[in-house]
Design a protein around this ligand. Structure first.
Ligand code: NAD
Length: 342
């Protein structure tokens, strides 16, 4: 239940544009009176530079304490170097649910009024990476075999998450997306578990199901029929990018990685080294991730104020950063949002 007591949370400003978009987000959170008490920590390149560790123990200990984090983008070296701190964080804290809302923010795009939330299972399915080759003759890669793993417990857990999310956020319908006509065991189990979970919510949240290929086609033809979608890891990976494409791309896409013991909210974009330190970054993805964090801790009212303020700045004030075709810098854009939400 939301109240005014302080909520300890870990802040990882991140690399590149991370510190700029984090600062902007903190100021917007402050303007709506968000109750977070921040523990500032480092990871990624900042961790390597300061203590030769992309995921320092202090950072992990902080998230273990607070169980809640807002994370700016982290730079990962390409081809060699250290492993992605983002992936390590998801594994370390068993963050089984990936929550990706896609909502039209800037009018005049290909589709208007999109508002779809995709819930992706984050730890199972074909993503477990159980793969091997079978050599034949002199071809060591003659055959490739991959095994997927879905568990009833894992499927139930993610479907329950989706229905609970729907209930708490005033959503009407959850669609289970699968390929149970062909992958009868792997995704049949997911569908079976999802239908069991749906029974617990009968009369409160509607439920239907779609085969993944039909769902992809319908998302392009008539996306408005979807509300909350829940699906397995690989399908979720693909559909969440498809949904981001419906609302103008990944640039403003927020995300939450949620587990039993912790939740980490982050922008989908990276550290954008090309524009770092130039007052050009769009802070919206991280700010919208922070709004999801407010929802998560029961402060939906404050999250709604942030979303409404952003809508007003983009649609009525017509103030936009360069990536959205505007002229405003990070600071000017942030000031406009603060004025609207205050
Ligand atoms: P990127 O998302 O950082 O940048 C791609 C393009 O989008 C660039 O032109 C950039 O200027 C632009 N852009 C990104 N965010 C923007 C914003 N908020 N406002 C305006 N423009 C924005 O992707 P990349 O260049 O492939 O990756 C850079 C680094 O970020 C790499 O080290 C990569 O590993 C890392 N990365 C981290 C995360 C994460 O922490 N979750 C995600 C993706 C990439």
């Amino acid at each position: 239940m939301a109240n005014n007591s302080k909520i300890p949370a870990t802040l990882i400003p991140g690399d590149g544009i991370g510190p700029e978009v984090s600062e902007a987000t903190l100021r917007i959170l402050e303007a709506v009176g968000a109750p977070f008490e921040w523990e500032r920590q480092i990871a990624g390149m900042a961790g390597v530079e300061k203590c030769n560790d992309p995921l320092p123990k202090e950072t992990l200990d902080s998230i273990r304490r607070t169980r809640l984090a807002l994370k700016g983008p982290l730079t990962t070296p390409v081809g060699g170097g250290y492993r992605s701190s983002n992936v390590r964080l998801r594994e370390e804290f068993n963050l089984y649910a990936n929550l990706r809302p896609a909502r039209t923010l800037v009018p005049g795009g290909r589709y208007e009024d999109i508002d779809i939330v995709l819930v992706r299972e984050n730890l199972e399915g074909l993503y477990v990476g159980f793969e091997h080759y079978i050599p034949i003759g002199d071809d060591p890669h003659a055959v490739a075999v991959a095994s997927g793993v879905n568990t009833r417990a894992g499927a139930r857990r993610i479907c329950e998450f989706a229905f609970e999310y729907a209930l708490k956020n005033g959503r009407k319908k959850v669609t289970l997306v699968h390929k149970a006509n062909v992958l009868k065991a792997l995704t049949g189990l997911f569908l079976e578990a999802g239908r069991e979970v749906a029974k617990q919510y009968e009369g409160r949240i509607q439920c239907d199901d779609r085969i993944i290929d039909a769902c992809a086609m319908q998302l392009v033809m008539n996306p408005w029929q979807y509300d909350v979608i829940v699906t397995t890891n690989l399908f979720g990976d693909i559909l969440s990018d498809l949904n981001a494409g419906l609302v103008g791309g990944l640039g403003m896409a927020p995300a939450g990685n949620i587990g039993v013991n912790a939740a980490i909210f982050e922008a989908v974009h990276g550290s954008a080294p090309d524009i770092a330190g130039k007052d050009m970054a769009n802070p919206l993805a991280l700010t919208l991730s922070a709004a999801m964090m407010l929802d998560h801790v029961g402060h939906q009212d404050k999250a709604a104020r942030i979303r409404k303020g952003i809508d007003q700045v983009l649609r009525e004030d017509n103030i936009r950063t360069g990536d959205l075709g505007g002229k405003a810098g990070t600071r000017e854009f942030t000031a406009a949002v603060i004025k609207r939400v205050s």
